[in-house]
Ligand binder design. Structure first.
Ligand SMILES: Cc1cc2nc3c(=O)[nH]c(=O)nc-3n(C[C@H](O)[C@H](O)[C@H](O)COP(=O)(O)OP(=O)(O)OC[C@H]3O[C@@H](n4cnc5c(N)ncnc54)[C@H](O)[C@@H]3O)c2cc1C
Length: 372
């Protein structure tokens, strides 16, 4: 394989482009937006989390946290503001602690260093917790990074290695030539040809894959995030709750970035939820309940992004058997940022027909086919 097209310039497409270019492959990345990284990759909460992962995803994210994230700033030549300061998932009731114990049990079964801490130890780790917190789960190797910088750093490093990025290029269909997916067509009718194609276009991947007869059952789901004004440094752990109703961290320059699911409203047809005028204030009320110290901080900005929520909430990462030449990376279901370096690496290996760094059987596209 000497030429590969990647559809989608998010963190995952850009990472795949970088790892491919490192092997000397000629790469063209096509991005529908006028901006690089205008999807979930620049809108997410920055969590690089192993705790609370689906057991299938755990080995992937653990590989990334062990082998890629710690040296990524050096490798890409840009400070991506990665902190490996741990993740506290907080509980206020016995029911919360029961949920957290279940997460700890699953994580330990997968070999992750994670345990329960009582309220005193939780406060030693993060002295700013509300008195209502009665316990937490603790994963010392979780962390966070700046998603804008990660996406930009992969893009910049890929460009230095000669990758071509074409923005404003919306791919409308994949094309098979002589039985292999080796071309794509963009909205203006341009045909791009290569030796193989990687689709890493988030939720839009579903429509593109449909053009060659594949279906990945995904739904678009809106998530909201907010950023506060700067505050003096308080703590650098990633924070979450047993009910997963909010999560967040303090960034390098002092702002807190929080995501949450409070105050979302049903879409008109009831099929999904969308942000509403009360989402941010509802999330903030929830956060202040855990961190009263933050109650005077002003919110600077809120934004929303769409996730590609797969039917079984884990991604598709693979080469579908019926479409040689095609590599698929989508369905990251709202947790693809923490996976982005390892997902990019694995997609590059798949596209080159190499043995992958980790087994990918659980992420095959054909897991959704009817069993006969
Ligand atoms: C609000 C929010 C908070 C989140 N928080 C976290 C978190 O804390 N931790 C975590 O791990 N994950 C989080 N996520 C999920 C994470 O952002 C995504 O899983 C990840 O960014 C997926 O990367 P990607 O490159 O696959 O997708 P994207 O970043 O969405 O990139 C896909 C790209 O493809 C382009 N594209 C689409 N269709 C076409 C087409 N037809 N032709 C050409 N280009 C196309 C899009 O414009 C886009 O740039 C969050 C997501 C959101 C929205």
């Amino acid at each position: 394989m000497s030429k590969i097209i990647i559809v989608g310039a998010g963190a995952i497409g850009n990472a795949a482009a970088y790892y491919l270019a490192k092997t000397g492959v000629q790469v063209t990345v096509l991005e529908k937006s006028p901006y690089i990284g205008n999807g979930g990759s620049s809108r997410n909460g920055g969590g690089v989390r192993q705790s609370g992962r689906h057991p299938a995803e755990l080995p992937l994210v653990m590989y990334g946290v062990k082998n890629i994230w710690p040296s990524l700033s050096d490798e890409l030549g840009m400070d991506i503001e990665y902190y490996r300061e741990g993740n506290l998932r907080l509980g206020k009731t016995e029911q919360h602690l029961e949920i957290l114990r279940g997460l700890v049990k699953n994580a330990q079964a997968g070999g992750l260093d994670m345990r329960m801490v009582d309220s005193a130890e939780a406060r030693e780790l993060c002295p700013y917790l509300s008195g209502e917190v009665i316990g937490a789960s603790w994963c010392p190797t979780d962390g966070h990074a700046n998603p804008l910088l990660v996406t930009l750093a992969y893009y910049s490093a890929a460009r230095r290695l000669g990758v071509t990025f074409v923005s404003g290029a919306q791919v409308t269909a994949l094309r098979k030539l002589r039985g292999r997916v080796t071309a794509v067509v963009t909205a203006d009718g341009t045909v791009y040809e290569a030796d193989g194609v990687i689709v890493a276009a988030g939720y839009d991947s579903r429509k593109l894959l449909g053009s060659v007869g594949l279906d990945v059952p995904m739904n678009p789901v809106v998530l909201e995030t907010l950023v506060t004004e700067e505050s003096p440094p308080l703590f650098y752990q990633m924070l979450g709750t047993a009910m997963a109703d909010f999560y967040g961290h303090q960034s390098t320059h002092g702002s807190f970035v929080f995501g949450g699911t409070h105050g979302l409203e049903p879409y008109a047809d009831g099929s999904r939820t969308v942000g509403s005028s009360i989402s941010a204030s509802s999330t903030c009320r929830g956060i202040i309940g855990f961190f009263p110290v933050l109650k005077e901080l002003k919110i600077l900005r809120t934004w929303a992004g769409v996730i590609d929520d797969c039917a079984d909430h884990i991604p598709v990462i693979g080469n579908p058997a019926e479409t040689p030449g095609l590599t698929v990376g989508c369905g990251f279901s709202g947790h693809g940022f923490g996976l982005s370096p390892v997902a990019g690496l694995l997609l590059s290996q798949l596209a080159l027909g190499q043995e992958t760094a980790l087994p990918l059987d659980k992420f095959r596209c054909d897991r959704f086919k009817a069993k006969v």
